[in-house]
Design a protein around this ligand. Sequence first.
Ligand SMILES: Nc1ncnc2c1ncn2[C@@H]1O[C@H](COP(=O)(O)OP(=O)(O)O)[C@@H](O)[C@H]1O
Ligand SMILES: [Mg+2]
Length: 311
Amino acid sequence: MTTAIALRGLTKKFGDFTAVDGVTFTVDTGEVLGFLGPNGSGKTTTMRMLLGLMQPTAGSASVLGYDAQRETELIRPLVGYMSQKFALYEDLTVRENLQFYAGVYGMPPAVRQPRVQAVLQTIGAINHANAIAGQLSGGWRQRLALGIALVHSPRLLFLDEPTSGVDPATRREFWDLIYALAEQGTTIFVSTHYLDEAEHCTRLGIMHAGRLLAIDTPGALKQTLVAGPAWEIVATPLLAALGALQAHPGVRRASLLGDRLHAVTLHGTCTAGSLQAILAAAGCPHAQVLPADPTLEDVFTELALSTPAAP
Ligand SMILES: Nc1ncnc2c1ncn2[C@@H]1O[C@H](COP(=O)(O)OP(=O)(O)O)[C@@H](O)[C@H]1O
Ligand SMILES: [Mg+2]
């Protein structure tokens, strides 16, 4: 396993304000590293320092073995970047956009044509090759932006909230593309604030107010950070059941999850039977209580509960 990215105390200040605060971690080759955090938590600033687009205030980083600050020109040809505010040439077709960027990357004309065709295939846009970029729907714009980030066959892709603002079905299709790229060996560093997407990353780094709060596989984060066992509860009336659970001291949190309830209880405080008894006493006599897996939302809630607010 080789290291694709290493951050060592990476820090960025804007005046007195610390946007990225001593962040240290590594990304292995072949990973799909999810970078999770609310708006303003420092995700884009971190990415821009890794890409050499912004100088760190302190700390350092290496990308594919090169220093992110001093060897940017060696890194640039090896990485792709889909920024949050990606730019397309609105008057050009999908194919022309890809051809233009192939030229920007200095690809010889003879290889441009076949490479553009391969990228059209990868992003599933063969039938949209002649569509005008300015007339594409949000999902297709996103695919084209990914295609542009891929045109020079990078070994490492930085995707900054690539699916923000597109519908759930389009998001799923986009993630299928991401996994296909990862399977072909591309390392992926992707920021998101969608927990359902984060679920499928090989590891997740969780940012909050410029700090890395945790980094691990989704499964390990749930095991180590969630306070106790989780339960799935089917009960009527649902809101009465929710209120009864939330009022119980052994229940760390309870919430609606689709047409049922999801609860996390503190270790050693509740059993399925004791939860059923609480629900029966609250007017829900036939409640079903089943052991469940903790969710990433549980992880987030725990981290939020245990993290002091930013100064
Ligand atoms: N060029 C800048 N000048 C001043 N503040 C900035 C600048 N860029 C980002 N910030 C601030 O740094 C914080 C982190 O921003 P950003 O990295 O864009 O977060 P995220 O991508 O997680 O939403 C935000 O509070 C943002 O307002
Ligand atoms: Mg951002």
